[in-house]
Design a binder for this molecule. Structure first.
Ligand code: PMP
Length: 334
């Protein structure tokens, strides 16, 4: 059995359990799913390197989605996928734009590879000004859809891919929650779609992600990657997840949807929600609200200083009994 609160963790410095609602892990997958993935790694396999670029797993993902051979590049989580895509942008040398507010690691990854990104901003209605972006003259653009933290699906991605003269780095970490299982935009040739097993697939601890691009771009991304990006354990577990896990994941997404509806019916949301496993609220003082919640045993993400999100808290949706306790605490903290 998993511990009863499988989304709680020990905070060593504090000494009591907290419910972690700050990393957008899938908290709806149950014991039987994780049991089904129990590693079938033979002990002797630990001696050897995995196959170069984890090609076997890449092929399994290509088959799972019906993608052409050679279009998937395995990475250590979406974070490494992002950084590899940014490395490509750095090699192109024409700069990078990030559409804010969005995932903070995009900016970090850009900095890590020596790019100082320029910023574009979603409009108040969360639409993207494709004209403006196309005029910016940069060689690459980072867009996240569904976006973290606004949870909206970026409707203009295809238009952007068609009109932007550069590489579109599409962070689709939450795509499955929105019903986008199969990466499709790689067909544009200038889109690098970043995916992960950390979110809907509930396997954040394995650190497995992948990027999908057309064959030519994928070859370049592979050349920019580490030769053995993930462990033999991780590769085996993900192969198993592809074989048997999808019905579990689909069921968890359905259940998540029901809980999201319920939470939204209980909360007057001044903020953002969409087809994702998190909700973002605009609050007066995000740090103070997060600190109050923390005292009550709930860890949420405080976000501040971003366009459209000057002071927000973002929390991961969890099964209803957890949300009942959390909403009580939230009302007390607001
Ligand atoms: N992209 C986005 C938008 C995310 O929210 C996250 C997780 N916080 C990631 C990428 C990184 O995911 P991974 O665990 O696959 O590195």
């Amino acid at each position: 059995m998993l511990p009863e609160l499988d989304f709680a963790y020990d905070e060593p410095d504090v000494g009591y359990k907290k419910v972690r609602l700050h990393f957008n892990e899938n908290l709806f997958l149950t014991d039987d799913y994780y049991r089904a993935l129990a590693s079938s790694l033979e002990p002797w396999e630990l001696r050897y390197y995995t196959d170069p670029n984890n090609k076997r797993l890449a092929s399994a993902i290509e088959s799972h989605h019906g993608l052409p051979q050679g279009t998937v590049v395995i990475t250590a989580g979406a974070d490494e996928g992002l950084r590899t895509a940014m490395l490509l942008a750095a090699h192109m040398g024409r700069g990078l734009a990030i559409v804010e507010p969005t995932y903070g690691m995009a900016r970090v990854a850009a900095r890590q590879v020596g790019i100082r990104p320029v910023v574009s901003t979603y409009r108040e209605d969360l639409s993207l000004d494709v004209e403006e972006v196309a005029r910016m003259g940069v060689g690459a653009i980072y867009v996240c859809s569904p976006n973290n933290p606004t949870a909206h699906v970026v409707k203009e991605v295809e238009e952007l891919a068609a009109r932007f003269n550069g590489v579109v780095i599409l962070d689709a970490a939450y795509a499955e929650f929105a019903g986008y299982w199969r990466p499709r935009l790689y067909e544009y040739g200038n889109v690098v779609e970043v995916r992960t097993f950390s979110k809907a697939w509930g396997l954040a601890g394995l650190r497995v992600g992948y990027v999908v691009a057309n064959r030519r771009v994928a070859d370049v991304l592979r050349a920019l990657s580490l030769p053995h990006p993930i462990s033999a354990y991780s590769a085996k577990a993900v192969e198993k997840a592809l074989e048997v896990g999808r019905p579990y994941v689909e069921r968890s997404i359905e259940e998540l949807g029901e809980v999201r509806e319920w939470v939204l019916s209980q909360l007057k949301v001044n903020g953002y929600h969409g087809p994702t496993n998190f909700v973002t609220l605009r609050v007066d003082d995000a740090e103070a609200v997060a600190a109050e919640l923390d005292k009550m045993g709930y860890v949420v993400r405080a976000l501040g200083g971003k366009p459209l999100c000057p002071s927000c808290i973002r929390f991961t949706l969890a099964p209803r009994p957890v949300m009942e306790g959390f909403l009580k605490a939230l009302r007390a903290a607001l």
